[in-house]
Design a protein around this ligand. Sequence first.
Ligand code: ACM
Length: 268
Amino acid sequence: MKAAFLQFAPQYLEVEANLDYVAGLLEGADADLIVLPELFTSGYFFKSKDDLAAVAESVPDGPTTRRFEAWARATGATYVAGLPERDGEAVYNSAVVVSSEGFVGTYRKVHLFYEEKTLFAPGDRGFRVFDVQDRVGNAYRLGVMICFDWYFPEAARSLALQGADIIAHPANLVRKDCPRAMPIRALENHVFTVTANRTGQESNGREMLTFIGKSEICDPVGEILLRADRTGDHLGLAEIDPLTARDRQITAHNHLFGDRRPDSYALQ
Ligand code: ACM
């Protein structure tokens, strides 16, 4: 199957324009799985809670999820895309998973970064793995984490332990370390990873953030199959076989999960 990231620079608060721009970039894309950046509909560095409230939407009955449902029906692809999700009084930094069969599920970011802590509610459902299919009906398991979750190895491990073959990783990275870390997350869990980062700059009126691009796809032995530049739009595609992630034998005597010793670990 073909896995893809879409890297671009969302416009702040311009939901319709961002959706239209993405539709143009994805026109004719030949991919089974397409991962978009974190908060791709809205931009990232909110100037106020009112700005965030103006662009937060409910899932799955909000306009973005509905639009992805239509795209997925037309293309057969599965999409993972970050957006601000409204649920009652709370707003979550979420990613929706949508396939040709419709809305699949949502992940709400667990590890909030920097001023996100003043704006979003922390994810309340843990790390989740979804059963999806490629365009010819081969099933695989898709885990989702968002951006700063990379800093916590427990996130990718939780997804791998639940059987993820691929980890989709919508991101708005500002720290330079993540592109070096994701091959390790992939290797230590024997999973594919697809990081879709954004580019460009945003100011919240007090401070400027520069997003580092470098979206990438890594394989279960930690090789970088594809990495985008720091700037520029990029639809990056790699041919992968997700089921190769299921071989977690390290040597004839060692198994990645079988050799774990949770009784020896400090988990709290
Ligand atoms: C981040 O979590 N957006 C850095």
